[in-house]
Design a binder for this molecule. Structure first.
Ligand code: SF4
Ligand code: ZN
Length: 316
């Protein structure tokens, strides 16, 4: 947003005023050091998502984008923004895909929120369940192995999304990963010493074997997304997954949030470090060679894919 560069952030008494107009500010961006009013916050977020899509060439003519819609705030904002940005285009289409993991006390409300949103926006909506995919819901699969919740959930959710997006005729999958998520993933891969995954875990997709994944919100912080929804009256307090307490991500999230608060820009710097490492490792070694799983035929980097390995460990 160019005009923010020339308009200082004035204040009337103690009330900060928007950096782009004279309206009262509703949010402060610590990195840019700008206050923004409701309208300019909304346009700033939408313009930056549009810029990410343009810069990375994430959406092209003929694309059918499957939006991974959990019903939580990130995916809700993603579907809203994409339907606004792409609403007038006839050369691309949107479809929403929701995975029902089968988590008691958590999923019912978010699925209902996803259904309401797709109905309001007139977007086709598909729901796929772990029960249909793996023969049991997540709660049942995890009995006695609750600490592995996010690993099991992540593997099956990836597979469910791929299957549902494929069935819906999608050419790409868009996920609601935001700046905080990306920074957390970088840090978690470093903590695990998993350099191949650090480099491979990119928004650029994985050649023509997988449906490419795109992350249009990767430049928007969690706080900006929450504020974007809040000022439009779309911020709903939804329940949190009960397995979050077992997740390394929860600890990393809290640590990075406090670092970002004291040192604005920390998360962006982490992501930039990953991009530099990715460029440094560029080429075949970085992305690994894709094979076909010996058991199911899906693309994978080893001999047996993660889903089949999980099925074996679950005794299926
Ligand atoms: Fe799945 Fe873990 Fe997220 Fe819960 S917190 S939905 S178990 S990945
Ligand atoms: Zn303004």
């Amino acid at each position: 947003m160019g005009d923010r560069d020339v308009v200082p952030t004035p204040a009337i008494g103690e009330v900060p005023v928007c950096a782009c107009c004279t309206e009262p500010a509703v949010m402060y961006q610590p990195v840019s050091r700008h206050h923004l009013c409701r309208e300019h916050l909304i346009s700033d977020v939408e313009e930056r998502v549009a810029e990410t899509i343009r810069r990375t060439g994430q959406i092209r003519t003929g694309d059918r984008i499957a939006v991974a819609l959990s019903g939580g705030k990130d995916s809700t904002a993603l579907l809203l923004i994409l339907s606004r940005l792409l609403g007038d285009r006839h050369d691309v289409s949107l479809v929403a895909v929701t995975v029902d993991e089968g988590i008691a006390g958590y999923r019912t409300e978010t699925i209902r929120a996803a259904q309401d949103l797709t109905r309001e926006l007139g977007v086709e909506h598909h729901v796929i369940s772990f029960s249909a995919l793996a023969g049991a819901d997540l709660d049942t699969l995890l009995v006695g192995r609750e600490t592995q919740a996010c690993t099991v959930c992540g593997i099956l959710r990836r597979k469910a999304l791929m299957d549902a997006a494929g069935t819906a005729g999608a050419t790409k999958i868009a996920t609601g990963h935001n700046l905080d998520d990306e920074a957390q993933s970088v840090f978690m891969n470093v903590l695990r010493g998993d350099l191949p995954r650090l480099v491979r875990d990119s928004g650029a997709g994985s050649g023509d074997c997988f449906l490419p994944r795109i992350k249009p919100l990767a430049d928007i912080s969690e706080k900006e997304i929450a504020s974007y929804l809040f000022v439009q009256g779309r911020f709903a307090a939804l329940p949190e997954c009960p397995y979050t307490r077992y997740a390394l991500r929860a600890e990393v999230r809290s640590m990075l949030s406090s670092l970002e608060y004291r040192h604005p820009g920390t998360m962006r710097h982490l992501i930039e470090s990953k991009e530099k490492i990715t460029r440094y490792c560029a080429g075949a070694q970085a992305h690994g060679t894709l094979n076909r799983c010996r058991e199911c035929g899906d693309p994978c980097s080893g001999e047996i894919c993660q889903v089949c390995r999980l099925r074996r460990s679950l005794g299926q």
